[in-house]
Design a protein around this ligand. Sequence first.
Ligand code: NOJ
Ligand code: NOJ
Length: 545
Amino acid sequence: MRLLSTLLPATCALALVVDPTAGHSIGSVAHSSFRRPSFFSRVSSVSWLRKQSPILISLPDAAQDADFASWLALQAARSVEGILANIGPDGANVAGQNVNPGVVVASPSRDHPNYFYHWVRDGAITMRALVDEYEKSGNASVKAIIDAYVDNVRSTQWTSNPSGQFGRGGLGEPKFEVDGRPFVGTWGRPQRDGPALRAITLISYARTLQRRGASIDSLRYLYDLIKPDLEYASKFWASPGFDLWEEQQGLHFFTAMVQYKALLLGQEMASDFSDEGAARWYHIQANGLKQFLLSFWDEERGYLIETLASPRSGLDAALLLGAIHGGSDAVFPIHSDMIITTLQALVADMRARYPINEQDSYDSSSFPTAVGIGRYPEDVYSGGDLENSELGNPWFLCTATVAHTLYGLVEHLALSNSGLIISNLTADFYLPFISPTPVMEPHYCDFSATGIWSRSAAILGFMPGSRETEQVISNIFHYADGFLKIVKKHADAEGNMSEQFDRQTGFMRGARQLTWSFESVLGATKMRERAVEAIEKRRAYFERF
Ligand code: NOJ
Ligand code: NOJ
């Protein structure tokens, strides 16, 4: 953060220039002309940091929320169970059905829709969650499952399939039969996120094993599996493929974000194995991706778009999934302004899109409320059911993903000592969480003469401990809880979740016991724990004064 006060007219005491891709102040005007037709184009004022007496932020009242708190704890355990039940060969839902060891079945559903397959994406994302479980618990049976997955990666990589052979495009194949044979039907292929997600999972497993005492040399067998996936990501990131929803051919934000993260982590891995040439190559390609990722910002629309040159609106839960599973601290972390303004636009669309959301759009408080979230506005995939099969619905995993992103933002804000910085991009998101809404200074500070005007400049800043900052942290936390409460409302009494819930009735639809639904709720719950810890740290800090 750079103080520009010497350059500014007297009324504009302080301006911060923020990098909206990174979500923190950078003191440069490199990203100048971000435009967002919003409330603030009327009052593009710059206010200065306002110091107020510190107030303590409150976590939700435990008594009032006891029901939710116990559900959360229970649902985390059920989600792990739900995941394990879908993994071969012995998972409760798949045992005796020819599922290879370590294969993650997307759902036990065999018709309307048939999800009884091994998707590379679903498998990698789920195993990443199990690696976290193992890191935490050291549980040997979880380790055995991850090891079986690792063995399965080797055979999957070498299985020739309709996308190609090993070393010739075959790694882009999105799904396989559960017994290891290639899936030969027509499909949206290749999908280029799979190898990157798998590399991220295997690298995180290698790091976990290292932290538990394994020598780097003993992990070469993992690097041998990771490297082909890194090679694939590094060579094909600029080539079009199908998106994670398996529908659109093109270049996608989610895919690029996970490729970027894989190469960033891969570069370090390669160095650790003294594979210097590879490390340099991954470094160069990661830099290329970093630049490329900026092209997903749509200045006219004022949010990120999922697929370049697509006729769709571009809004998509995949953008948030990209920030959760990909990116880096500097490239679209989940708290960055561009991700947050995109979340805001997505939620606004979904609020009005599904009739079921009407009942959730109002509550006694005047703060924004959570609603059910679908994949993207134009979605017409109803989950494979024969009834009402023309319209899309909210998804468990998309709703949990919004909660996850918001908890990540809360953690970031709670750990930050720079207060709350509201930029032109995020004003529409943050201001409704402040009550009474701050009055905008009616004057307009034109910096064009000094050459430092930026539309992404911060327009309002509040000190740590100010009523506004602390209110925002605690209100966003409650807002995030709201999305998990929607999940709770539509899951069944045993904690099962299908893929979707009906846009009219809220009843579950689509593939039952979807592995990815469990993973996403588990992920959101973990991020919630981190947010709570961060809030408690902050409170302890303030209590010292
Ligand atoms: C199944 C795919 O997995 C899903 O993402 C897609 O929307 C439907 N087929 C319809 O194409
Ligand atoms: C359809 C989803 O669109 C896709 O992302 C997923 O991989 C498959 N279902 C399997 O869950």
